[in-house]
Design a protein around this ligand. Structure first.
Ligand code: HEC
Ligand code: HEC
Length: 301
């Protein structure tokens, strides 16, 4: 693992600390000399007409306390030099501490994951401990897009509705998490003669889910759907191999409605599910897949 404190920043912190200590000492020494005696024992500074600054030396106890803090800071710097990379006399570095804590954490969860090893997500789906860990991983890594309840939102699919862009069996979900997904629909406007044709085909698409508002336009737009059928299927039921959504089910990833469908035809989409194959171990991905599957499969629980 790469060290996260560069030499530069370690030197920077050391230099800044040494400078700070030397500066404090300098201020202390330059103020520690007994002041020149004056006739009325004041420095001559006057505030509000009658508040005068007495010409007294710094109190001894205060000086000693200050020296103690300077000595402490020097000791601290020798013990924890640079606060990052370079080991002090205690051998401590923040990088080493981080690695030790990571190793401890991994050792503590290893037996739990070992008990999952060799089990498929389908089996883990019935293991409450695996689902609890899966949920925690989900909340930390997936909820920002799919929502804490995994119901998704505009442009982010709902993972609880049993309606899958790329497939809902364990193999497909593991692949989705490991390799990410690309939901690619190129803009289609060039395949149409006029904006009216686009609207007609949009009405036809809406008719597939019983949502059309103009049956006559929908009928006219059927012909234009041929170019869509290549991906969405002749009946509009979609194709999970290329992530083309089912257009007949009223589940809309991108909003739906006449405007939504016309937007789709004119602009297309390029939606991305990030790759997590390098973030997680195989066991973690299986646990996550089990959790995701449980959201739609274990509806009874
Ligand atoms: C940066 C946003 C983002 C994050 C983070 C994210 N996803 Fe996704 N995910 C998406 C998008 C966008 C899609 C839809 C891709 C598409 O349109 O084909 C998606 C699709 C999916 C699908 C496929 C849904 C289907 O209908 O086939 C699954 C399963 C999934 N994500 C699970 C996860 C899990 C588990 C995590 C956490 C490890 C996660 N996602 C993190 C954005 C995200
Ligand atoms: C090359 C394949 C391809 C073609 C051709 C294609 N689509 Fe798509 N379409 C997709 C994919 C893939 C998605 C999913 C995009 C995503 O994941 O964000 C999609 C998404 C959509 C959506 C959004 C669905 C939702 O749930 O919000 C609509 C609407 C749509 N297409 C309509 C059409 C229409 C109408 C045509 C023909 C004019 C068409 N598509 C042609 C691949 C295609």
């Amino acid at each position: 693992m790469a060290d996260f404190v560069s030499d530069f920043w370690s030197y920077y912190v050391i230099a800044l600390s040494v400078f700070g200590i030397v500066f404090c000492l300098f201020v202390l020494i330059s103020n520690s000399r007994r002041p020149e005696p004056t006739a009325d024992n004041t420095t001559g500074h006057v505030w509000d007409g009658d508040i005068r600054e007495a010409n007294n030396p710094l109190p001894r106890w205060w000086m000693i306390l200050f020296l103690v803090t300077v000595a402490f800071s020097i000791g601290y710097l020798i013990y924890y030099p640079g606060l990052g990379k370079f080991p002090g006399i205690g051998g401590w570095t923040s990088v080493r501490q981080y690695h030790e804590e990571r190793a401890q954490l991994e050792a503590s969860v290893a037996p739990i994951y070992a008990s999952f090893a060799g089990k498929s997500p389908d089996e883990l789906m019935n293991n409450p401990e695996a689902l609890a860990i899966g949920q925690r991983l989900f909340l930390n890594n997936c909820a920002q897009c799919h929502g804490a309840n995994a119901r998704g939102g505009l442009h982010f699919p709902n993972l609880t509705d049993g309606d899958w862009l790329h497939g809902g069996d364990s193999e497909a979900i593991v692949e989705t998490i490991t390799e990410g997904r690309h939901g690619m629909m190129p803009p289609q406007a060039a395949n149409f003669d006029s904006p009216a044709d686009i609207e007609n085909t949009a009405q036809y698409v809406l008719s597939l889910s019983g949502s059309a508002t103009d049956p006559i336009k929908a009928q006219k737009g059927k012909k234009g759907f041929q170019v869509c059928a290549a991906c969405h299927g002749p009946d509009g039921k979609g194709n999970q191999d290329i992530g083309a959504p089912n257009l007949t089910d009223k589940v809309w990833l991108h909003g739906g409605g006449l405007r939504g469908v016309m937007y789709a035809i004119n602009n297309g989409f390029d939606s991305q599910m990030p790759v997590f194959g390098e973030t997680f171990t195989k066991e973690q991905i299986d646990v996550l897949a089990a959790y995701v599957m449980s959201l739609s499969h274990n509806k009874k629980n």
